[in-house]
Design a protein. Sequence first.
Length: 528
Amino acid sequence: MPLLLLVAGSAAIAAAGRRTPVPAPLLLVAAGLAVSYVPGVPDYTLDPHVVLPLLLPPLLYTAATDSSYLDLRAQLRPVALLSVGYVLFATFVVGWAAYLIVPGLPLTAALVLGAVVAPPDAVAATAVARRVGLPSRITTILQGESLVNDATAITAFKVALAAAVGAGATWAGGIAEFLIAAIGGVGVGLVLMVPIHWLRTHVKEALLQNTLSLLIPFVAYAAAEQVHASGVLAVVVVALHLGHRAWEVDFATRLQEEAVWKMVAFVLESAVFALIGLQLPVVLRGLGDYEGAEAAWYAVAVFLVVAVARFVWVYPATFLPRILSARIRAREENPSWKGPFVIGWAGMRGVVSLAIAFSIPLTVDDGAPFPQRNLILFLTFTTVIGTLVVQGVTLPPLIRLLKFPGPDVQAQTLAEANAQAQASRAAEQRLDDLLADERNALPGPLAERLRTVMERRRNAVWERLGQVNPVTGETVDDTYRRLSREMIGAEREVFVRLRDGRYIDDEMLRTLLRRLDLEEAAAYREAA
């Protein structure tokens, strides 16, 4: 019942958030904070054994399949500098600052805190990027960073934790563990992606395909973790490959898969943000001897260090490669200060940081309590909440204030129209070749219908460049979509009336409605 209430409540709040100017993630966090103190609400303590293997893989998978492999490859340098370099930098900077700020906090435990709060969250980055409409290059960099940085942070956390509990970690051992996790995760992904894609192209049942699709992220994550490699990287590699070659899967699978994963992502993202807010009572109960003002000062100080450290890394990482490399200067445009500023401000933390923090053991190897574990949990929680609220609330107005140029709709439409024209010419030539064979003979009206459908696809994009209707203010594609839906709606009403009159049965009604649904979807996609 608690799980059902969590899912239903978070989904309802997320749906309501779509009708408000406030981003849904922030509403969910606020609702979680408020509901956590309602009498009778159960404790929703984050279990890292649930969050990391069960929630993280599908969220990474859907984010990676929606990303562009080619765009990520084009932005490989900034993505790598953020997802690896920045996470390690933030681990040391935040850890050292916490060591200096908090009296009695050992450096090893402080580095554990640094690793925990180092990675910006994949869910938060994707949700904010979708909402605020960032320029495509910035969105690609943020998404690429959020896909890989969890692997870096988890490995850094393991090394710092080993030192903190007295397991004898060394710098050489830490570097070796990082390389094994990274190379192993990528290797597992490369090994799995080919047979998984082969299955996707050879299993013809859409329902089986979607069942396979739901299992893929868990299989990739578990296989990598089984050999002590990075499950995060394995999931990302497999998902990028499958997303890049999704066109090879049949249309029915793609239609169902898109709907299924949209639902899964919506439910999981909503529950994850609500879970963040619901952790407040759990964290405060274990805070222990720290006074309110003292704990608040530590929280503000760590949040400020996290926020400032990102800018300290982002600007040199953006401009130093250009200064040092003539090749980069010749190949890439000179970036303005605005892009790095937004990237620096978009470093929201999320549920992965909390899950890692809750995995800190209660004791060290000699049986003594882990030093100031409860304070580390509290500082992780306040940093996550602080970045989501402060940066999440201010990011949309900041982007509007900086006045980034919007996408060139005219140029995009022209590119789409030219691509469609080339495809239509190829389709027309293929149709002529097929009809020339007597084995493909068709009556004239049916052959003409094939040509009409093809011409409609070719002309639909060009028509979007036309004028709006002077009477209604609608664009051509808006009018086309509205008229198509009206016609299909009239057919649908007739079918239902015939079913109610027992002229056709429900099975036939479902077949006829399915056909109309596909036609309506096609009409919508042509115009949208």
